[in-house]
Design a protein around this ligand. Structure first.
Ligand code: SF4
Ligand code: SF4
Length: 358
């Protein structure tokens, strides 16, 4: 019998995006002359060929049920040119080549309960991680936090009154697959993991778990005659990294898993270097279903930023200019010893100059 031919591997990954693009986008790829922002939620791109493409942006909650998706697609078929895409912050964008279609499209979207906005100097949709629906280790539901917060920030989404754009993120564990932004709401564990020694030997690959700990706080141990693990609680920084490879090291806790708020993260290097976010509020109750305590702090930070930052300053740039003591005063948050980064590598980022700030 002839040797069976090996099949070619099936390469998955990102498909060719050109096949999904609006024809005007495809035709003018790389040939755009300028774009403008006629109103919140709407962009108008003009190409060297004279073609125009209008984009209408609406917020979505990212994790969409099929009925909502169908509604959005039907609106796209009827009121736009049948092409949509999603931004990385879960906004849906509808594309139309005819400017006369923009107003009916906005009316249809708002009539169906969607909010148009999220462009330019707005608080655009909060980007968030998977939460309870898709991941196995969350300590809170990032999507729930987003929904509750955006309900209160709706006016900032549909207007452009901020000094610059504001990117907010949330993440649902401390390992944090997504929480870096102008303002980030991230989980904070405050107690070391509790180990169920009866399960460790059957469930966990112990060398992997030991290797996972960033501060070498986990050791193999025999407990009640069974191979297990132990944690040096003095060393443990409660990061939760041991929980994914070893679920018997339970760290999520209704009382001791909290939220923390960080500010000033920025990936881009448009006017200043990319920056890491810094902790400004810790130990905030992880309080579903509306998380009112975390929302109140985020609103305070946004209010202070809106009233005090100069035009085009991002949150981090504003704080760097006025200095952290002034920031804590303006947002009425206590500065505690927990805010001081005492990691030895932090020396570079500590403010050691006598520079006066205004
Ligand atoms: S932030 Fe953590 S829990 Fe949430 S989806 Fe990412 S890895 Fe999972
Ligand atoms: S929570 Fe983090 S620091 Fe603590 S034992 Fe687990 S991996 Fe180590």
């Amino acid at each position: 019998m002839a040797k069976q031919e090996m099949r070619e591997p099936i390469e998955t990954g990102c498909p060719d995006p050109f096949q999904y693009m609006h024809p005007v986008s495809r035709k003018n790829f790389g040939l755009w002359k300028y774009h403008e922002h006629p109103r919140p939620g709407v962009l108008r791109h003009v190409a060297y060929s004279g073609d125009e493409l209008w984009t209408v942006r609406a917020g979505t909650q990212r994790i969409l049920d099929v009925y909502t998706l169908r509604t959005l697609c039907e609106i796209g078929e009827t009121f736009a040119d049948g092409y949509v895409h999603f931004t990385i912050r879960s906004n849906i964008e509808f594309l139309v080549a005819d400017g006369n279609r923009v107003d009916p499209l906005i009316k249809a979207l708002e009539g169906a309960g969607f909010i148009v906005g999220g462009t330019k100097n707005s608080v655009t949709m909060i980007s968030h991680t998977q939460g309870w629906l898709h991941c196995d280790i969350p300590g809170t539901d990032a999507s729930g936090v987003v929904k509750s917060m955006m309900d209160e920030l709706i006016d900032e989404f549909r207007s452009t009154n901020m000094p610059n754009r504001v990117h907010i993120t949330t993440s649902c564990c401390q390992i944090n697959c997504g929480g870096q932004g102008d303002i980030a709401i991230n989980v904070q564990h405050t107690k070391p993991p509790k180990i169920n020694h009866d399960l460790v030997a059957n469930v966990c690959e112990r060398p992997t778990v030991v290797a996972r700990c960033p501060v070498a706080a986990i050791r193999p141990a025999m407990v009640n005659g069974k191979p297990s693990l132990e944690v040096d609680e003095k060393k443990c920084v409660c990061c939760g990294a041991c929980y994914p490879p070893c679920p018997p090291m339970q760290i999520n806790d209704a009382e001791f898993t909290k939220l923390a708020i960080w500010v000033g993260g920025n990936h881009s290097n448009a006017r200043s270097k990319p920056s890491f976010q810094k902790l400004v509020a810790a130990g905030i109750p992880n309080n579903p279903p509306r998380w009112p305590e975390a929302t109140a702090i985020v609103k305070r930070i946004l209010k202070a930023y809106k009233e005090n930052a100069r035009d085009w300053e991002r949150v981090g740039e504003w704080i760097e200019r006025i200095g952290w003591p002034r920031f804590f005063e303006l947002v009425d948050l206590p500065f505690t010893k927990y805010h001081i980064d005492n990691w030895r590598g932090a020396r570079k980022s500590l403010n050691a100059s006598a520079h006066i700030r205004f």
